[in-house]
Design a protein around this ligand. Structure first.
Ligand code: UDP
Length: 243
C-alpha cells in the first residue's frame, strides 16, 4: 500500500488516495479552529492524540458491533481507513446541556437531559452548518429513510458504549458529533473522528473540561487536557510510555 496524491485538506485532517482503490489515508494535523473557522490556532501534538484516541474508540465500537472506517494505524498521525462518501450531516448526540443547546433552550450548561437528544446539522461551512430535521434530510435527499434510521440507531448505541466506558475513567460524556459515510458497496459506516475536538468531556469529580472548549473559550491548559484524555483512555503518558 502506497500513499498517493492528496484528495482533500480539511480543518484538522488531510486525506490521501492510496494504491488500494478501496482505502484512503487520513493524516491528523495540530491546527485548531473554532466558531466556523473564525478562531484559529494550533494545539501541540493534537494530531497525534486525536489519531490515537479515535482509533482506540473506533476499535472499541467495532467490538460492540458498530461498523467503522478504521483499518490500521500507520504512524502517530496517519491511519488507513475504508473509502467512503461522507453523508453531509453532523450527527450530534447530547446527554447534558452545553454549548449551542444551552443558548437555544435557555438552560444552564450542566443541566441533565431526561433522555439523549439527537440533532442533525447540514455540513456546509458556507452556510455555517445549519441545524436541520429528518424531513429536511429526506426532502433534500442527503440520506434515505433507511439510512437515517440506521444512523440514529448507531448514534444512540455509540452513546451508550462510550458513556459507559468513559464513566469508568471518571469522564462524563456531555455531547459529541459523529459523521457517517457509505462505502462503494453501499454499507453505512462510522467515519471521521471521535476525539476531544468533537466531544465534550467533563471530569466526573471536579467538573473540569477536558476538551476543545478549553481552546474555544481560552481556558488555558489545552494540551494538558488532551493528554489527560488519552492517558485515562489508553494509559499512555506524553512519552508514549504505559503508566
Ligand atoms: N461539534 C463538532 N463540530 C462542529 C460542531 C460541534 O465536533 O462543527 C461537537 C462539539 O465539540 C460538541 C457537540 O458537537 O461536542 C455539540 O456542539 P454544539 O452544537 O454545542 O456547538 P458548539 O457549542 O461547539 O459550537
Amino acid at each position: 500500500m502506497e500513499k498517493l496524491d492528496q484528495l482533500y485538506e480539511g480543518k484538522a485532517k488531510k486525506v490521501y488516495r492510496t494504491s488500494d482503490d478501496a482505502l484512503y489515508l487520513v493524516s491528523y494535523k495540530d491546527d485548531a479552529t473554532a466558531f466556523n473557522g473564525q478562531k484559529k490556532g494550533s494545539i501541540q501534538d493534537k494530531g497525534i492524540i486525536n489519531n490515537k484516541v479515535t482509533n482506540f474508540l473506533m476499535q472499541m465500537l467495532e467490538k460492540s458491533g458498530i461498523p467503522t472506517h478504521f483499518v490500521k494505524e500507520l504512524s502517530d498521525r496517519e491511519t488507513l481507513v475504508h473509502r467512503v462518501s461522507i453523508i453531509p450531516l453532523e450527527v450530534v448526540v447530547r446527554n447534558i446541556v452545553a454549548g449551542s443547546l444551552a443558548k437555544r433552550v435557555g438552560a444552564p450548561e450542566g443541566t441533565k437531559l431526561r433522555r439523549p437528544v439527537i440533532e442533525y446539522c447540514y455540513k456546509d461551512d458556507g452556510l455555517g452548518d445549519p441545524m436541520v430535521n429528518d424531513t429536511h434530510i429526506l426532502a433534500m435527499g442527503w440520506a434515505t429513510e433507511a439510512e437515517l434510521k440506521q444512523i440514529s440507531e448507531y448514534a444512540l448505541q455509540i452513546n451508550s458504549v462510550l458513556s459507559a466506558y468513559l464513566e469508568d475513567v471518571n469522564i462524563e460524556l456531555i455531547d459529541f458529533k459523529l459523521e457517517f459515510g457509505k462505502t462503494p458497496e453501499g454499507e453505512l459506516i462510522l467515519a471521521d473522528e471521535i476525539s476531544p475536538d468533537t466531544c465534550r468531556f467533563w471530569d466526573s469529580v471536579s467538573g473540569e473540561k477536558l476538551d476543545k472548549d478549553r481552546f474555544r473559550r481560552d481556558l488555558g491548559g489545552v494540551e494538558d487536557a488532551y493528554w489527560e484524555v488519552m492517558r485515562r483512555l489508553m494509559g499512555e503518558d506524553r512519552k508514549g510510555a504505559k503508566t
